[in-house]
Design a protein around this ligand. Sequence first.
Ligand code: FES
Length: 142
Amino acid sequence: MLYSEKVMDHFTNPRNVGTMENADGVGEVGNAKCGDIMKIFLKINDDVIEDVKFSTFGCGSAIASSSMATEMIKGKPLSQALELTNKAVVEALDGLPPHKIHCSVLAEEAVKAAIKDYYDKNGIAYDESLFPQEHDCEHCGE
Ligand code: FES
C-alpha cells in the first residue's frame, strides 16, 4: 500500500478546508517542484491560533499534509506553530512516499507565511531566520 491509512483518511476527509473572512494572517505559497499552490488562513487571538483554514490546488498528499498540519497548530501558540516542520507532519501521517515528501513542505511553508503576514500586518518584530527565504535568486543578488 503506497499511502498510510492516516493519509487516506485526511485526503478523503480533510479537516479545516475552506477560506476565512477577516483572517489575521494569510499565507500563500507555491511549490517550485510541481507548481501547485497552497493558502492558509489564521484567526489569532493573544498569540494563539484560534482557528485555521486551508485551500489548495495541490495533490492528494498536499491535501492530507495540510489537513494534518492545521490540526497540529490549531489552539497552539504561534511560537509552537512556528516549530512545525514538514517532517513532523509526515511522521504524524505515518509517512509519505519519498517522491511526495515535497508536497508536505507546502503545508509548512504556508503556515509560516501566514504567521509572517500576521506579524507584518501588526508591526510585530520577529527573527527573520525563522522564515524561509522568499527570494533566493543568485542572479539579482536580492
Ligand atoms: Fe504538487 Fe503534491 S505534487 S503538492
